[in-house]
Design a protein around this ligand. Structure first.
Ligand code: HEC
Length: 466
């Protein structure tokens, strides 16, 4: 491991990214969808001469500016901090490959932020046509941010054979376009585009639900109905796009989903499957609620209905992002880097030279001797297992290993080390890399945690070590 490990007890550092990312995705995809919604609604209001729509859009664009401009940007920067600390190795690879793409992404962020503010502050102050143009510039810039980030996100799941062919040679950047337009690029882009439209409709429903239906029934009915229509692309296209996406994922990754389906009764390893079911169930409920409560009874549609839809959308988004992450296991960059930052081709070298040999910030006694097997094992546990497991909390190793004695723990780790292709664990866990001593140290450490020595015994070991 080339970087220190960021230890988040109980939760695990991966969830720090996850929690920030789910909110960020909700808001940023709304920023894209809402960016299209606003100018389209404004154009409709202009063409039909509806001043009531106009006034409603002014207040909606304020909400839009605050939500995307404050929470969208802060959570976006938060992701940068979180991935840099949690996955430094992978973040470094992404930056080296996509630095230019990312730079352009930031340019579009700037355009987005500026035009969103200008759009809100210039209602009724500049020529109506010019105002609409500002809206379109915003829409263009925000679609561009999706077009770019999608290339980088999908790259992590499916870098593609061309890029993998040059990975590690120093020529990676020469395959920028292959890496960018990788196998899952298009299905993922269209999927996200559908989600963006849905989120635009859902957030607009929140705003429309607050219109007083007794005073302005016509406005409320037309706004609610028009907003529900934004859910239609998802309803029609999402199932097909998901299948397309799934077909572009490597077979080894597809297996993670089918493994879950095959064992659905036993419930083994079915995290991806469970999440896929949540997506389907929540999406279907959203459609039902939107149709019956909003489309059919727009005037009675109230804020709690709208919030119910929003919460369901949050669940669906969370489940979607979670299963995308799970689908990538055991890699952070498909077939190139494991989730714990070990590059696939480095595994053999680490097996020969030892895992801690080049970890310059670990205790030098652990690297060069005579460190204790406990502290060496702890460093190995953090580096190799800590990106997916905690001791107590999320995927807790103390619990997952409970009931095993030292030799059984040792056998398990040896099995992870051998990483045979037919082992089900090899589908979602990377090999445990290192020398025989590393295996022993990790076993000692985990055994100490799972089967703590009785207080008296502990004292003797400690004295013996001195
Ligand atoms: C890429 C992420 C990842 C890494 C890295 C990882 N694991 Fe796992 N591990 C998983 C997943 C996913 C499961 C399944 C968890 C579940 O069923 O809840 C699992 C399950 C386990 C189990 C339970 C097995 C069983 O039969 O129930 C053990 C023990 C385990 N891991 C040990 C380790 C050790 C030791 C390391 C470090 C050498 C490690 N894991 C590294 C993802 C990972």
């Amino acid at each position: 491991m080339n970087y220190p490990f960021w230890d988040i007890p109980y939760l695990g550092s991966g969830w720090v990214i996850g929690i920030i990312a789910i909110f960020h995705v909700m808001i940023s995809q709304f920023a894209v969808g809402g960016g299209l919604y606003l100018p389209l609604a404004e154009r409709k209001a202009m063409r039909e001469g509806r001043t009531d729509w106009h006034d409603q859009l002014v207040s909606y664009s304020k909400f839009f500016l605050i939500l995307t401009g404050v929470f969208g940007t802060v959570s976006g920067v938060g992701i940068w901090f979180a991935i840099g600390l949690t996955q430094p190795e992978a973040t470094s690879t992404l930056i080296h490959n996509f630095v230019f793409g990312w730079a352009i992404e930031w340019v579009f962020f700037m355009v987005e932020l500026i035009t969103a503010a200008v759009y809100y502050y210039t209602w009724n102050r500049i020529d109506a046509k010019l105002h609409l143009t500002v809206g379109w510039v915003y829409a263009g810039a925000s679609v561009a941010t999706l077009v770019i980030i999608n290339g980088i996100l999908t790259f992590m799941l499916t870098p593609g054979d061309t890029w993998l062919g040059v990975a590690g040679t120093g020529q990676e950047a020469s395959k920028f376009w292959n890496a960018f337009f990788n196998p899952t690029y298009w299905p993922s882009l269209l999927l996200r585009a559908c989600v963006c439209c849905s989120l635009a409709g859902i957030w607009a429903l929140i705003s429309a639900s607050r219109i007083n239906g007794d005073k302005q029934p016509a406005l409320k009915a037309s706004m609610v109905k028009w907003s529900v229509k934004w859910l239609v692309p998802s309803v029609v296209a999402m199932p097909f796009l998901m299948i397309w996406y799934y077909m572009m994922v490597p077979t080894s990754q597809q297996a993670l989903l089918t493994l879950g389906i095959d064992t659905i009764n036993a419930g083994t390893f079915s995290a991806v499957t469970r999440m896929a079911l949540i997506i389907i169930i929540t999406s279907a409920t959203i459609v039902g609620v939107a149709y019956y409560l909003a489309y059919r009874n727009p005037v009675d549609f109230n804020l709690s209905h709208a919030i119910a839809i929003l919460l369901l959308a949050l669940m669906a988004t969370g489940a979607g992002e979670y299963s995308r992450e799970m689908l990538r296991k055991p890699y952070v960059i498909g077939n190139w880097m494991y989730s714990n930052g070990v590059r696939v081709p480095s595994a053999n070298r680490i097996d020969r030279e030892g895992y801690l040999t080049h970890s310059n910030w670990t205790w030098s006694a652990d690297r060069n001797g005579p460190g204790s097997s406990y502290s060496r094992g702890e460093a190995i546990f953090r580096g190799e297992c800590g990106s997916c497991h905690t001791l107590d909390g999320y995927r807790p190793l103390r619990q997952l290993l409970s009931g095993r004695d030292r030799s059984s723990i040792g056998n398990f780790i040896t099995m992870l080390h051998e990483h045979k292709a037919d082992s089900p664990y090899s589908r979602f866990m990377p090999p445990m890399v290192g020398t025989q001593q590393d295996i022993n140290d990790l076993t000692d450490y985990l055994n100490y945690k799972v089967n703590p020595p009785a207080p008296g015994a502990q004292k003797t070991t400690l004295t013996a070590q001195k």
